[in-house]
Design a protein around this ligand. Sequence first.
Ligand code: 5GP
Length: 138
Amino acid sequence: MSDTIFGKILRGEIPCHRVYEDDLVLAFLDIFPLSKGHTLVIPKRAVATLDQLDDDSAAALGRVLPRIARAVLAASGARNFNVLQNNGEGAHQAVHHVHFHIIPKFDDGRGLGIKWQPGKLDNAEGATLAAAIAGRLA
Ligand code: 5GP
């Protein structure tokens, strides 16, 4: 994949406010936060989207996300938060290096705004689709 701003942060070429680092993961404050404490958690492996990520990096992210979330909550004073993970420009991804947003949600509304427009799952379609997904996971 082409280099990104997060690659430059990982190589120390541009600064960041680092909150956590291990062999596979780096976490730092978002430079344009939606709310106080908005943190980005990234794998050191440079792939664009989550579906391309190797199991070891994925496991490392999963292991530390709850711990980082607890620290962000404690430091920001928020009680609630969203985890956002965008994949592809059509899904609002601007930086093409996998990243998880941890976004504190405050009682006054600061944080992630969500426009949720649910459909209704048809039973037959659901069965077909679940089988198609499960078949690719087998
Ligand atoms: P995306 O829309 O790709 O999911 O989010 C990318 C995030 O990266 C945005 O929230 C944006 O504010 C953040 N960001 C972009 N450039 C920089 C940077 O140079 N430093 C930091 N800390 N965050 C950045």
